[in-house]
Design a protein around this ligand. Structure first.
Ligand code: ADP
Length: 627
């Protein structure tokens, strides 16, 4: 078994350059994982940390169940294949392949068996007596693969192994490496900047940019459901087309309006997950459509364009065009309005033709113009509901429900807006709506609840079916509350964060000097496991005892304890009652914390306690989780 786990891995180089940020992935045994992204995005650094060729600044790396952060490369049971082959020029192919095994003092007979087996798999048996210089690039890369193969490693790491080969050989080797992965039944991690390699080889792909993971998904999910504009543009060739547009909903139709005034109509159903705020026609969003998802007509409706170039590739034709400018005129100056279209079996399109492009409504993408994140999240982030306030009640969805005290305190007028995440719609008795359909998203069930002329999205249990009437209530504390467009009460998040310091004591136990490490938050001192202490010390050196740290604890793990018990002293300054849940506002360690309490809880002072194992530690100097 060779599953791997990368948990909050960071790499900060000596010069302060942060090359990898918070890299997290669980890799199952026998997966073929590809790290892909432009040069400098941190792919090789991550691979080299897995190999043990680069130290890990923060985070945990497990191979199988073993934490290997500090394990020597040779003990990790992995083999690495480099772009440069890294063969010994004066040795024969056989010797190159045998070298590592001889170093491990393996019996010659076993070495021979392994080398011959690998040579056969890679079809290089006849070159075993040759030196690398008498071989082609492709053959040398096979030898490099062979040298990894003979070690029978748990994990194969390959760093751009094909980039020195010509296009045809690269394509052939892609197939061979995929076949090798199938027959070896081991875990492969493969680094490339080439999205075609990634798409054709990976069972899952990690797309990276500037040291950050952008998306981890199967090739088809990356293609069909890119999380952001970067992934959308990086995966697929020719690249996805992007345009600035506005979206306006009228009944069942959404009009996509381009800067030049051209319009495309889409059925609302296709874009119903887009938040209503973006559908009012007053907000610029980025529209994305792949070249292969546009059809071309000689006349009729669609986006009018002038053909600037045509590439006939035999089976398919790439048409380059320009949309008209703001007046609908064609000028060749404006870069923003280029469009690329891929059509099959069309030889009737020529430069200077005026044609009409129609995007396939099933294949459209929309991104926020600023954050560049998709507006079509598989699970929408929020439902927006407007409510009227009347005395102690709020009226929404045709129901009148008690206004939570917490809301009452901040509301000044008669109208409020609730931003309700799907997970804040919980089973209950306050409301009911008909389930239009259920969609499986990973392991969750997303219900489309019929809500007038749009949907309310909720996460529901397996028992809920399309056609049911769903009875629900709201988890009031998980809702963002707005009045006149201004947020007046943010949702209560899951964590509390406090500042504190870090310390150690040295004691003699049975004649040995033993170190104990502590988190110090206000007057509360909790001992943490030695491995956490060593981690913090190894990252920050002895300055760690001078620095402040950010300590985060899940709210559910904070307890109120008795007077005499160890804990963080806090002063209760008020209460927030959400109806379904009540919190005490506690001033402690210079922060105001929200601590869950029962309905009748009353106190002026409290002591708060939590377990060290539930505490996450973050640096205050650099955005990094330490443990
Ligand atoms: P990729 O493999 O995606 O091309 P790398 O992992 O090689 O990217 O590099 C990631 C970033 O880290 C780059 O900005 C690179 O310049 C920087 N980097 C790589 N090695 C070092 C080093 N030894 N010292 C400082 N910065 C480095």
């Amino acid at each position: 078994m060779a599953n791997l786990k990368l948990s909050h891995i960071y790499k900060v180089y000596e010069n302060g350059h942060k090359a990898v940020n918070d890299f997290c992935i669980d890799i199952a045994d026998q997966e073929f994982i590809v790290f892909v992204g432009p040069s400098g995005c941190g792919k090789s650094t991550t691979l080299r940390m897995i190999a043990g060729l680069e130290t890990i600044t923060a985070g945990d790396l497990f191979i199988g169940d073993t934490l290997v952060n500090d394990m020597e490369p040779k003990d990790r049971d992995i083999a690495m294949v480099f772009q440069s082959y890294a063969l010994y020029p004066h040795m024969t192919v056989y010797e190159n392949m045998a070298f590592g095994l001889r170093n491990r003092k393996m019996p010659e007979e076993e070495i021979k068996k392994r080398v011959l087996k690998a040579a056969k798999m890679l079809d290089i048996e006849e070159y075993l007596d040759r030196q690398p210089k008498a071989m082609s690039g492709g053959q040398r890369q096979r030898v490099a693969l062979g040298r990894a193969l003979v070690r029978d490693p748990k994990v194969f790491l390959l760093d751009e192994p094909l980039s020195n080969l010509d296009a045809k050989l690269r394509a052939a080797m892609r197939t061979e490496i995929t076949a090798l992965h199938k027959s070896l039944k081991t875990t492969f991690i493969y680094v490339t900047h080439d999205q075609v390699e990634a798409m054709t080889m990976g069972t899952r792909i990690v797309v990276m940019k500037l040291g950050y993971v952008q998306q981890i998904d199967t090739p088809m999910n990356l293609y069909n459901e890119p999380y952001n504009k970067f992934v959308a543009g990086f995966i697929g060739s020719p690249q996805m087309n992007f345009f600035d547009v506005t979206l306006k909903r009228e009944g069942d139709t959404v009009t996509v309006r381009f800067v030049n005034g051209d319009e495309v109509k889409l059925p609302y159903e296709k874009v119903c997950k887009i938040h209503e705020e973006y559908l009012r026609g007053d907000r610029t969003v980025t529209f994305g459509i792949r070249p292969e998802h546009v059809s071309l007509n000689k006349e009729g409706n669609g986006l009018k364009l002038i053909v600037t170039n045509v590439e006939r590739l035999g089976n398919e034709t790439i048409v380059y065009g320009k949309l008209g400018d703001a007046l609908g005129e064609f000028t060749l100056k404006d870069e923003g309005k280029n469009i690329v279209i891929k059509v099959v079996d069309r030889d009737d399109i020529n430069p200077d033709d005026i044609v009409y492009a129609v995007p396939n409504p099933e294949k459209v993408h929309f991104f926020d113009a600023v954050t560049e994140i998709t507006l079509m999240n598989k699970i929408p982030l929020f439902n927006t509901i407007h409510a009227k306030v009347a005395g102690d009640k709020m009226e929404l969805q045709g129901h009148s429900v008690a206004l939570p005290e917490a809301y009452k305190k901040v509301i000044t007028g008669k109208e409020i807006t609730l931003e309700i995440p799907p997970f804040a719609i919980v089973e209950g008795k306050d409301f009911e709506l008909k389930v239009s359909r259920i969609e499986k998203v990973d392991d969750k069930n997303l219900a489309y609840l019929e809500n007038g002329d749009s949907y309310l999205f909720a996460l529901v249990s397996d028992e809920v079916k399309a056609g049911d009437i769903y009875h629900f209530a709201l988890a009031n504390e998980k809702i963002n509350l707005y009045e006149n467009g201004k947020e007046i009460l943010p949702a209560v998040n899951d964590e509390e964060t406090m500042l504190g310091t870090f310390s150690k004591t040295e004691v003699k136990e049975n004649g040995d000097r033993v170190l104990h490490f502590f988190y110090n938050i206000g007057d509360y001192t909790i001992e943490t496991a030695p491995e956490n202490g060593y981690k913090i010390n190894s990252i920050d050196g002895n300055n760690c005892y001078k620095y402040d740290y950010k300590y985060a604890v899940n709210r559910d793990n904070i307890r109120i304890v008795g007077e005499g018990e160890p804990g963080l002293a806090g002063e209760v300054v008020g209460y927030v009652n959400y109806g379904n849940i009540r919190f005490a506002q506690v001033k402690a360690a210079g922060e105001q914390l929200l601590i869950r309490v029962s309905d009748d809880f009353k106190a002026d002072k409290v002591r708060l306690a939590f377990d060290a194992k539930d505490v996450s530690v973050y640096s205050t100097r650099i955005d990094m989780k330490l443990c």
